[in-house]
Ligand binder design. Structure first.
Ligand code: SAM
Length: 238
């Protein structure tokens, strides 16, 4: 098969196969290009986060009709009106979380399961618990994670209440917009541990907050980049 023309989409090429034209996506190439861009733009800063992005196949966490956009640096729709976040936003959050192998992490807002897979690459699969309020979305994530080869513990429920059975956590990473840091998250984080969450007074925009637990019931917070996540719905959310 001879290459006819590179397509406009990152990493895909058009071939002539007899009288037909066939487009082949090279996901490994698309992934490598995206990670190079995230490193160049300073969103990925550490070797651990870079390695995770190079390892996790994002195309396995987006729907069939979004395969072409799997490596666009943009949020994409997933079932039930939710989104898989933009890779640069996820990279910023993972860098803020300052993760190390062996840390116990709660991922609030499983969505597609992509962030849970990245976390599993960094801290180890048995150290990640991911909670999602939509059971049908959790089934989507479970299948994505299984197909991609990740054994992450998944829970259905209201993540604004954290996930007590596996607490305490070294890190809690929240990927839905919260009105405030939930008391349960602070309670379930180890002293010296961190919470990274988008927090804002409206459901449309937030600021990324990194909170370090300094003592029981106490955190010191740092405000980061402006962001826009889907709302965190629940007892301690909207
Ligand atoms: N991290 C996800 C990924 O990698 O695909 C994307 C998360 S999406 C931006 C936000 C998710 O948070 C949605 O799937 C939504 O259903 C979920 N969510 C909202 N409120 C929640 C709650 N109280 N507990 C658990 N999940 C919640």
């Amino acid at each position: 098969m001879a290459t006819l023309a590179p397509s406009l989409e990152r990493g895909s090429q058009v071939y002539r196969a007899g009288p037909q034209f066939v487009r082949v996506r090279d996901f490994a190439r698309m992934r490598a290009d995206l990670v190079d861009e995230l490193v160049r733009d300073g969103h990925v800063r550490t070797a651990a986060v870079e390695r995770a992005f190079r390892a996790v196949p994002r195309e396995m966490f987006v729907t069939d009709d979004r395969q072409d956009a799997a490596y666009a640096d943009a949020p994409l729709p997933i079932p039930l009106g939710q989104t898989i976040s933009a890779p640069s936003m996820i990279a910023i959050m993972l860098e803020e979380a300052d993760l190390r192998e062996g840390m116990k992490v709660l991922d609030v807002g499983t969505g597609s399961g992509y962030n849970a897979a990245l976390l599993a690459e960094i801290v180890g699969p048995r150290n990640v618990v991911s909670i999602e309020r939509h059971r049908d979305l959790l089934a989507f994530a479970r299948e994505n994670l299984r197909n991609a080869g990740y054994e992450v513990q998944l829970a259905a429920g209201d993540g604004t209440l954290g996930y007590e059975p596996e607490a305490p956590y070294d890190r809690i990473v929240v990927t839905a917009g919260a009105p405030r840091l939930a008391k349960s998250w602070i309670h379930q984080t180890k002293i010296g541990g961190r919470i990274v969450a988008p927090v804002g007074r409206s459901t449309f925009s937030q600021t990324l907050v990194t909170a370090t637990k300094t003592a029981e019931g106490k955190v010191s917070t740092r405000q980061g980049t402006p962001c826009a996540f889907v709302p965190l719905i629940g007892k301690e959310g909207w």
